[in-house]
Design a protein around this ligand. Structure first.
Ligand code: FES
Length: 107
């Protein structure tokens, strides 16, 4: 089982265990983590699941596909080199605990 550490813009954080096959977005929504909306349910149609992956961990994740790249151009908060759509990040992760920074806004 992998864990995700969610860090809010104000620095508050929470750690959630994520079973295999479950996305970071779904884990956040199911556990009431603020700031990750996931309006489309994970079908790459909304970009309200935008997150920043810890810069030291992002390269170890599978690369975004073309559809994710395209949708990342529409995110509400600034797009950065470590921006990802969290519905596309599924457990297990390459590190025991994946650190995710929640953006200021999703819409
Ligand atoms: S939940 Fe809609 S694109 Fe990720």
């Amino acid at each position: 089982m992998s864990k995700v550490r969610f860090v809010q813009p104000d620095g508050r954080d929470s750690v959630i265990e994520v079973v295999s096959g479950v996305s970071v977005m779904l884990a956040a929504v199911r556990n009431g983590v603020p700031g990750i909306e996931g309006e489309c349910g994970g079908c790459l149609d909304c970009a309200t699941c935008h997150v920043y992956v810890d810069i030291a961990q992002v390269a170890a994740l599978p690369s975004p596909n073309d559809d994710e790249h395209e949708l990342l151009a529409t995110v509400a908060s600034p797009r950065k080199s470590n921006s990802r759509l969290s519905c596309q990040l599924k457990s297990p992760f390459p590190t025991e605990t994946l650190t995710i920074y929640v953006p200021e806004a999703q819409s």
